[in-house]
Structures are given as structure tokens and as C-alpha cells.
Design a protein around this ligand. Structure first.
Ligand code: TYD
Length: 129
């Protein structure tokens, strides 16, 4: 079974606009890094796995498709505004089909370390089949 979780991010809307938030107690890890992505509609991002890093990928605006692969099972999920996708390590992830207005905010359990990335799918399959 492929392991991931989806959380609905609280959204407080009033006549001034919208405010959304997430905090450590909503997550299965402590946040050590935050990065954000403004993707191009017709490109793919990701195409990698991590050995250790856990992430929560929050769709701040728009929508996109996440394709997950744990070496055995595969799953495609459409995620939209105010949904957070919690991913453990050892999952090959590919993001695509971005809407024009899609923005992703990623919370990560580790600081950036290129050595934690597996960017070669063959190597990933050998490690996790
Ligand atoms: P990349 O992993 O290709 O992005 P995506 O997962 O969206 O496909 O990252 C793009 C570049 O940014 C790559 O050279 C690594 C660098 N990078 C950092 O320096 N720090 C970071 O925290 C992240 C996520 C990426």
C-alpha cells in the first residue's frame, strides 16, 4: 500500500480576503525548511524521491496532478487549493498538469541536501522494489 496523507488546510475567509495556516502540531514532522514553486503549466516537476526527507506539499492556489510510486504501487491524485499532501520518504513523485494559477508551498522535515535525493528512476527501483 502506497503511503500518503491529505490534509485540508484551514481557510478563514472574510470581507478582507482569505487567511490559511498550518502549524507543527498538524504535521507528522518538525519543519526545518520551506520552499515554494510557481510551476509552468505544461512542464513536469519532481521526478525524484528522497531517502529521508518528509514533506507536506500545500497547494496554495490552483490545482495540479501528483503521481506517486513506491516501487511497487502507483497512484495519481488531483490536488487543489488548500489541500496539503503529506509524503514520507522513499516515494518517487512527479507533479504535472498544473493550472495556470497553481502555486505550491512545501514544508520539509530536513534542510536541503542533494545527497538525500534519488533522481535516477532505475536506481530508485533497485532500492525500493
Ligand atoms: P528540483 O529538485 O529540481 O525541484 P522540483 O522538485 O520542483 O523538480 O530543484 C530545483 C533546483 O533547486 C535544484 O538545483 C536544487 C535546488 N534546490 C535548492 O537549492 N534548495 C531547495 O530547498 C530545493 C527544494 C531545491
Amino acid at each position: 500500500m502506497l503511503k500518503y496523507g491529505i490534509i485540508d488546510i484551514e481557510n478563514i475567509a472574510d470581507e478582507r480576503g482569505e487567511l490559511s495556516f498550518i502549524q507543527n502540531s498538524n504535521l507528522p514532522f518538525e519543519i526545518k525548511r520551506v520552499f515554494w514553486i510557481k510551476p509552468k503549466k505544461d512542464k513536469e516537476r519532481g521526478n525524484h524521491a528522497n531517502y529521508k526527507c518528509k514533506q507536506c506539499i500545500i497547494c496554495i492556489n490552483g490545482k495540479y496532478k501528483m503521481s506517486l510510486d513506491d516501487g511497487k504501487d502507483k497512484k495519481e491524485i488531483i490536488l487543489s487549493k488548500n489541500q496539503g499532501l503529506i509524503l514520507g520518504p522513499s516515494l518517487w513523485r512527479t507533479m504535472s498538469d498544473f493550472s495556470d494559477d497553481c502555486i505550491l508551498l512545501v514544508l520539509a522535515s530536513e534542510e536541503y541536501d542533494e545527497k538525500d535525493y534519488i533522481r535516477n528512476y532505475k536506481k530508485f527501483k533497485e532500492a525500493y522494489r
